[in-house]
Design a protein around this ligand. Structure first.
Ligand code: SF4
Length: 427
């Protein structure tokens, strides 16, 4: 008997390499602990994470945490961007601090966009849509080029990153302009900014990303370790477990203060602690580092979501408008794109009723699953009717097209209201 799997369209088989080779953990393992999980979580669109436990634990215990993401203002905001915006908004609704960066330095350095274009695209395409989708005042929305914090931090991170490391990730070569390199570090600074003193200091921060963005996350986690004064590790020697605090560049007084507070044994460049728990030691080290002017960054967490496929099958591409629906497409245009989308239907109606459709290969079903149907039972019904052969693609597309038309109409009305409220976000 075939099992019904309404989330089959978001199977993660193709991503198993990420789990095995890069140490991304499965999100499913945390799902049961999350109150009111977002539909991307419930439906396994978000399939993986790094260190999300830290964010979840802060969320559950009412401690500070944040969610951040950046958008490059060089093209139109589409349903793929909407996914990230919704994830940030969901975290804000759970009590987190929300950060939204407009990566204008990157758009200027990498795509050659003028500062004026960056500003217009940033506001009209991304910021208005994020607010219309539910981002509330209190969120930190900023342009990279206007943030002294981010620029200063990027410079500091640059002291710990070298050309080979960045080229391995971003494919830089001798022809790459320097501003492009700086913009890569600026992106890491965006990710770490929520942990600066101005925003309440070190805290768990989650960056919701697509699976291809993991190299940026790994780079930033690495940089966070490198700029910190201390490294805290669990170790074992002669069968005895202990915690080692290493501080190569740390002031001597800071290291001896840690030895004193933890009751640990002080060496030239490290302290070994035998009697306290890892969390206790980490918290003492963090306090000491901040006192001595360090950052004490917590390595940023991340969640990984699956990509949407293009409406015609294949990849979504900004150079092929038919492959995606932009948040500013006219409702009628959006509905038409749905009507022209690739389905998982059979060649003839007869075959469809005999064999059933293939929602797992259908971009219309994907739109319903990712964006248009919030109710899981309703989606299950569509899935069952499709595979059972009682649902006909023509009607199904009309249903999805109507939902898309309504969504775009309502979203665009909210964008106009958002324009009037930009001042509440300091813009
Ligand atoms: S009936 Fe709907 S979900 Fe099924 S293949 Fe056709 S368009 Fe896709």
């Amino acid at each position: 008997m075939t099992t019904l799997d309404p989330w089959g369209a978001v199977k993660i088989d193709n991503y198993s390499k990420l789990f095995d080779e890069f140490g991304i953990s499965r999100f499913d393992e945390l799902l049961g602990k999350i109150k009111n999980p977002h539909r991307y979580m419930r439906r396994h669109v978000i399939f993986g994470h790094r260190s999300y436990e830290s964010v979840l634990s802060a969320m559950l215990s009412g401690k500070p945490f944040a969610a951040m993401s950046g958008f490059m203002p060089s093209g139109r905001a589409h349903l793929g961007h909407k996914m990230v915006m919704e994830e940030i908004i969901w975290h804000q609704q759970q009590g987190g601090d929300a950060f939204l960066a407009i990566a204008d330095m990157e758009a200027h350095a990498v795509r050659g966009k003028s500062w004026k274009e960056c500003r217009e695209f940033g506001i009209n395409e991304y910021i208005l849509s994020a607010i219309a989708l539910g981002l509330k005042p209190g969120a930190h929305i900023y342009f990279q080029s206007k943030s002294g914090n981010v620029k200063d931090l990027a410079f500091e991170l640059g002291t710990k990153a070298n050309f080979s490391e960045l080229s391995a990730i971003y494919g830089f070569n001798g022809e790459t302009n320097i501003a492009h390199m700086v913009s890569a570090l600026t992106q890491s600074a965006d990710i770490l900014q929520p942990q600066l003193e101005e925003f309440g200091g070190p805290k768990p921060v989650v960056i919701p990303v697509g699976a291809d963005q993991d190299p940026h996350i790994r780079l930033t986690r690495g940089l966070a370790y490198k700029v910190n004064m201390f490294i805290v590790e669990k170790r074992e020697s002669a069968g005895k477990a202990f915690i080692s605090v290493r501080g190569k560049a740390a002031p001597k007084e800071a290291l001896s203060e840690i030895a004193k507070r933890t009751g640990g044994k002080l060496y030239e460049e490290h302290v070994d602690v035998f009697k306290q728990s890892f969390d206790e030691v980490e918290s003492i080290v963090r306090e000491t580092e901040l006192k001595y002017g360090g950052y004490a960054f917590i390595p940023p967490a991340s969640t990984y979501h699956k990509f949407m496929t293009g409406l015609q099958g294949g990849k979504m591409s900004s150079s092929i408008p038919e492959s995606y629906i932009a948040l500013t497409d006219k409702p009628e245009e959006g509905a038409k794109k749905v009507m022209r989308a690739k389905t998982g239907g059979r060649v003839t109606l007869e075959e469809q009723s005999k064999l059933g459709g293939e929602p797992d290969k259908c971009s219309v079903y994907e739109l319903l699953l990712f964006h248009l149907v919030e109710d899981d039972n309703k989606l299950m019904e569509v899935y069952k009717d499709c595979v059972g052969g009682t649902r006909v693609c023509g009607n199904c597309k009309k249903y999805a097209a109507e939902l898309m038309r309504e969504f775009l109409k309502e979203h665009q009305e909210k964008r106009e209201q958002a324009r009037e409220g930009l001042g509440e976000f300091g813009l």
